[in-house]
Design a protein around this ligand. Structure first.
Ligand code: NAD
Ligand code: TDX
Length: 339
């Protein structure tokens, strides 16, 4: 089968492509990516010479280009990872989030409709459910939790999810949606909490913790997310939403302290900075549905996953050093300079 993976030069899409070509070497994988600041071709270097892999530099909002690609490739499946993904950037400038995350999703689904109702999977996020209070550890997001977003990013992802369900109901497009908790692992762009803290620690730079560092995220090793998506695409029920998460909630400050300890640095590096606007307090996924229906369970424990991740950043310094020495430095100065 031929599968179009959008956003494959990014963190999760890139890991997905590596996973898919390893698990299903008989499939043809076509990666569509605009190569924004978050897209890195070096992430795909290990598969560039694979005859079953093709990279196409293309914006998912480019209707003509997308239709032409569908004509050429006649895909059986589309998995849409492409998105503007960073909450802080969405607070600074929401426009591109609406464009890529909503218009891009509609464009990909229109192409799926135009070419015989191609199977479509939308990679969404737990952030569409908003947040949970810190003092109610008994509460979790289920697939029926109401959409209740906080940031321009999560609102754009929620808008996309609503469109996906509308295309299912109105046109019968065969869709599924996965809503995953925070991922970590190799190829994670160093603007996000875990890779940013690893990179800063290694460079003995201050570790900027928002607010008091008490906000809680539910962390999942990226390969476990990739396995869940592959299962949903092959065995999931059409028209359904599946939450993906591994019951691994941690406060930000505890993650930062753990990274400091693993790297043998001092907690004096921790710097508390102005909180994120509208900062979600706690995310926590209830993964019962995907476990009961598809037998999915996370395989990597956080204690092992974080060690593997830190080792990857130590072994692949050139991957992230190149990023933080370029245009990203301007972003960093702007976001953290006067915080
Ligand atoms: P990322 O920012 O690392 O990668 C996004 C990729 O999409 C980049 O390669 C970028 O070049 C590409 N892209 C952006 N705009 C594009 C466009 N208009 N056309 C084509 N390509 C475009 O993001 P990520 O962390 O890998 O997230 C992937 C998906 O998973 C997103 O949809 C995100 O909402 C979702 N998600 C992420 C997490 C997480 O913890 N990172 C958790 C749950 C869900
Ligand atoms: O410098 C920082 N200091 C800090 O305290 C950064 C970058 C983050 N934080 C905090 C904010 C959050 O509480 O760490 C937590 C995690 O922040 P991010 O890595 O920016 O992730 P988050 O906002 O939780 O969103 C992520 O998970 C859901 C992804 O970026 C989204 O794409 C995904 O949908």
């Amino acid at each position: 089968m031929t599968i179009i993976v959008t956003g494959g030069a990014g963190f999760i899409g890139g890991n997905y492509i590596h996973y898919h070509l390893k698990e299903h070497p008989e499939d043809r994988v076509v990666c569509v990516d605009k190569l924004t600041y978050a897209g890195n071709l070096s992430t795909l270097a290990p598969v560039m010479d694979n005859p079953n892999f093709r990279f196409v530099k293309l914006d998912i909002c480019d209707r003509e280009g997308v239709m032409k690609l569908f004509e050429e490739e006649k895909p059986d499946v589309v998995i849409n990872f492409a998105a503007e993904s960073h909450v802080d950037r969405s607070i600074e400038d929401p426009g591109i989030f609406l464009q890529t995350n909503i218009i891009g999703t509609a464009t990909m689904m229109d192409a799926c409709r135009a070419f015989g109702n191609v199977r479509y999977h939308q990679v969404s996020t737990d952030e569409v459910y908003g947040d949970l209070p810190l003092d109610r550890p008994d509460l979790f997001f289920t697939e029926t939790t109401p959409i209740h977003t906080s940031s321009p990013y999560s609102s754009s992802k929620a808008g996309a999810d609503l469109l996906v369900m509308a295309y299912y109901r109105t046109y019968g497009l065969p869709v599924t949606i996965s809503r995953c908790s925070n991922n970590y692992g190799p190829y994670h762009f160093p603007e996000k909490l875990i890779p940013l803290m690893i990179a800063n620690c290694l460079n003995d730079k201050p570790l900027p913790v928002y607010g008091e560092g008490k906000n809680v995220r539910d962390w999942l090793y990226v390969e476990d997310h990739c396995k869940a998506i592959d299962l949903i695409v092959r065995k999931g029920r059409i028209g359904e939403v599946y939450n993906v998460g591994g019951h691994n909630e941690m406060a930000n400050i505890d993650i930062v302290k753990l990274i400091i300890k693993e790297l043998g640095k001092s907690e004096d590096l921790i710097t508390y900075v102005t909180d994120r606007k509208g900062h979600d307090l706690r995310y926590a996924i209830d993964p019962t549905k995907i476990h009961n229906e598809l037998g999915w369970l996370p395989e990597t424990k956080f204690a092992d996953g974080i060690k593997k991740t830190i080792k990857w950043y130590l072994d692949n310094r050139s991957w992230w050093e190149e990023i933080i020495s370029g245009e990203y430095q301007n972003y960093y100065d702007k976001m953290y300079g006067n915080r």
